[in-house]
Ligand binder design. Sequence first.
Ligand SMILES: [Zn+2]
Length: 519
Amino acid sequence: MWKWKFILLLIILGNVSSCSKKRIEADILIKNGIVYNGVDTIPTHVSIAIKGDEIVFIGDEKNIVINAIKTIDASGLIVSPGFIDPHTHADRELKDSIKSHNKPFLFQGITTVVVGNDGDSFYPTSQYNNIYKKNGVGTNVVLLVGHGTIREQVMGKSDRKATTEEITKMQALVQKEMDAGAFGLSTGLFYAPGSFSNTEEVIALAKIVSKCNGIYDTHLRDESSYTVGLIPAIEEAIEIGRQAKLPIHISHIKCLGVDVWHQSDSIIKLIGKAQQEGIDVTANQYPYDASATGLKAAVVPRWAESGGKDSLFIRYKNPTLKKQILQETKKNIIRRGGSEKLLIVKAEKSASFVGKNLLQISEMLNVSSEEAVFEVLKKDYVRVASFNMNANDIHNFMKQDWVVTGSDGNTGHPRKYGSFPRKYNKYVKQNKVLEVANFINNSTSKTAEILKISNRGKLKIGYYADIIIFNPKTFRDKADYTDAFKLSEGLEYSIINGKLSVENGRFMKQLNGKVLTKK
Ligand SMILES: [Zn+2]
C-alpha cells in the first residue's frame, strides 16, 4: 500500500514542478540545431519557438514547457535567419503570377529580395506593390525606385543634362515613389539613361531620399576603365553620400577588367576614409569571377546607343560613325579580356548563339569580333557572362565587414540560382576566405541594417520568423554557365513570416512573402 502512496506522491510532485514551469504555446518549435543568430560569431544549441509570424522564444527548454503544433528536429543542421538579397532582378518574375514563387532565390535560403536595382524599377511603385500583393510572393520584397526610370518619365532617353525644371519634376516623382513604399533610390550610372546624368542631378534626387530616411544604392558609373574610371566612380558615390547625407550602398563591388585589377586595396582604403569621416558606405558582392550584362551595354559605346537601338543602327549606317563605333567597341572587348571571355548566356530569338563566345560567333559569321556584335544585336537582344575579375580582388572585398552577400540575380547567369550557397561552399568551406558566422551575419543582420529593414535579419524574440535550416554538408550551388537554371541544394527548411515555404527540401507551394514597408 505504501508503495502506491509513494507513486501518487511522485506524480503530484511531478505535476507541481511542470505546473510551476512557464508554458508557451507555439506553432513551430525548432530544436537541436546549430544556431547562428545573425549577430554573434559562435553558434549555440538553443531552441526556437514561433507563434504566428513572430519568434516568441529562444533559449534552453529546461525551465519551460513548449506546446508546439509542429516540432522540427534540426540535429546536425545549421539554423540561421533567412538571407536578405540586396540586389536582384526578381521583379521580372514577381509580377508574373506563375513565377512569383521566387524559387531560384528561395532555394538559396533567401527570404527577402530587393528589387528595382541598377536605376531600373517598375513604375509606378504603388502599382507593382499592388500586383505583388495580389499575386502573392514567395519571398519578402523590398522595393527601390530607379533613377533611370524616373529620368525617362521626365526626359525620355535624351542624352543631355537635366534642366532645373526637370530636376524639380524628378524630385517630385522620387518623393511620390518613396511615399508609395520604396526604401531608397537606385542608380545605374553606367547604363543609359543614368549615364547621361551628372553628379549634381543624382545629389538633388538623393536629397529627397535622405529626407525620407532612405538609402542610396548604386551601380557605379564605371566599374572598369570605360569613362571616368573605377576609383573616381567610387569617389562620386561617396560625394553623393557626403552632400545628400544618406547611406551609400555600392552594388556588386568589383574590379572589372585587367585595366583595374588589383585596385581593391586602394578602394578599401578610400572607403575606410569616408567611413571615418562619418559617411555610411557599404557594398554587396556576388561570388563569381564573371559579371553579366547585355552585350550592348558591355561593349557598345554609350553615345552610339543614345536614343535607343534604332538610333544606334542609323549611326551604324553612316560610314564615318561606323568606323568610330567599331573602333570603340573593339577597345571595350579588349577591356573585358577579349572576345573569348564574352559568353552568350541568353538570347531572346536566336538560340544558336547561346553557349558560344563572341570569338566563336565571329568565326561562325566570318566577320571581326566587333562587327559580330552588331550582327548579333541586329537580330536579337542577348546577354553575356563576361569573365573579367581577379580572385585577389574578390577575396579582398569579401573579407570586409561592410561587404554583404548579394546575387544581382538575373536570367542567364548562375548567380541568380547559386550566389549564397556558392559563397558558403566555395569561400567558407573550400577556400576558407570567411568563417561561417561572417558569411551568415553579412547575409542577414548586416544587410537588414544597411537597407533599414526593421525586425528581420536576426534570430531574436519579437522579430519576424524568417528562418532557414540548411545542411552544412550539402548546401551548395548547382547552377553553372552551361546550365544556369539549377536550383541550389541542401536547404532543408525555409520559414517565412512564420510559415513553412520549404520543408524537408521540398517547396510547399505556399507564397508566404510580403511586400515590406519602410519604418
Ligand atoms: Zn548592376
